[in-house]
Design a protein around this ligand. Structure first.
Ligand SMILES: [Mn+2]
Length: 303
């Protein structure tokens, strides 16, 4: 059998796809240029979408079939290999801006490496005006540049926060350099550190209220970037730069549910899955995470 190319991506859930212009638009982005440790994120979108075929359509928590909101899987986007990184990033912004243009729904980028977030965020901002950003991640990604490029995955949040007056909340951070720590302190960036995650688990009601308080400084509309290395590597080992001590499944879902309820999420991405054939549980978890986000989004919008 001929191996699949990274941009051969089946539709989400294996469903006959809703037409373009559906409420939810998924854009597979098998893009990998700057990853530093483990490689393989360019196969992320394909693995997530292939695993999604086995996700049940019925959501037992929401008591609904969230896919009915309408989910379209767009053709995968990838720059030509010879396109220099800055041009590739600019191309992605324009491509995403076209998808956002004139629509009220949710646009979801599926990486690929984390560097795609900056252009996706800018495209969302062009469509939705002033927006904040919520980042689930093990790493702060606030380096001015990394391995010679300011467009690295390790600098992506710095590029987002270079834009004026973007407020942010980073969740699960447990790996950063001294200059990044200083930047967080100097700019008073809002962080729920990895070692604080347990405070957002139990007792449940108090923890939920505490999390909602942490969202208060953000504007009404936000962009969500979800780096899967946020999770504990015990449940998501398939990622390039795993860090011990990450988030667990149900408490994370509760945070996401609160986020989608409290804020208008206008765009999001899920990045950094580096699938390994012997670890299908990671792929399946991420596929389910994506479906849960669509469910929470639909529930908050449709009531
Ligand atoms: Mn990360």
């Amino acid at each position: 059998m001929k191996p699949l190319k990274p941009d051969d991506c089946p539709p989400f859930l294996g469903e006959p796809a809703a037409p373009a212009g559906a409420a939810v638009s998924i854009l597979p982005i098998p893009f990998e240029r700057t990853t530093s440790y483990g490689k393989g994120t360019e196969l992320g979108p394909q693995a997530i979408l292939a695993a999604s075929e086995y996700v049940e359509l019925w959501d037992e928590e929401l008591q609904s079939e969230p896919y009915r909101v309408g989910v379209h899987t767009a053709r995968a986007w990838r720059p030509r290999p010879q396109t220099p990184l800055p041009e590739a990033i600019a191309e992605l912004e324009e491509h995403a801006a076209e998808i956002y243009a004139g629509r009220q729904g949710l646009v979801i980028g599926l990486g690929g490496e984390h560097s795609i977030t900056a252009p996706l965020f800018r495209a969302a901002r062009r469509a939705a005006g002033s927006i904040g950003i919520v980042q689930f991640d093990a790493h702060s990604d606030l380096r001015e540049s990394y391995e010679g490029t300011p467009l690295s995955h390790a600098s992506v949040m710095k590029r987002v926060l270079d834009e004026e007056s973007v407020s942010s909340l980073a969740i699960g951070i447990r790996s950063l350099s001294e200059p990044e720590a200083r930047l967080i302190a100097d700019r008073d960036l809002q962080v729920i550190w990895g070692h604080e995650l347990a405070e957002y688990e139990v007792p449940q009601d108090e923890a939920d209220a505490k999390f909602v308080e942490r969202l208060a400084h953000l504007p009404e509309s936000v962009y969500l970037t979800f780096d899967v290395d946020y999770f504990d590597p015990a449940i998501v080992p398939s990622t390039g730069t795993p860090e011990p001590g990450g988030g667990s499944w149900y408490p994370t879902l509760r945070m996401l549910r609160a986020l989608f309820r409290e804020k208008r999420v206008v765009g999001m991405d899920i990045v950094e899955l580096a699938p390994r054939p012997e670890q299908p549980a990671s792929d399946f978890l991420v596929a389910k995470l994506l479906y849960k986000c669509i469910g929470y989004w639909a529930a908050s919008r449709l009531g």
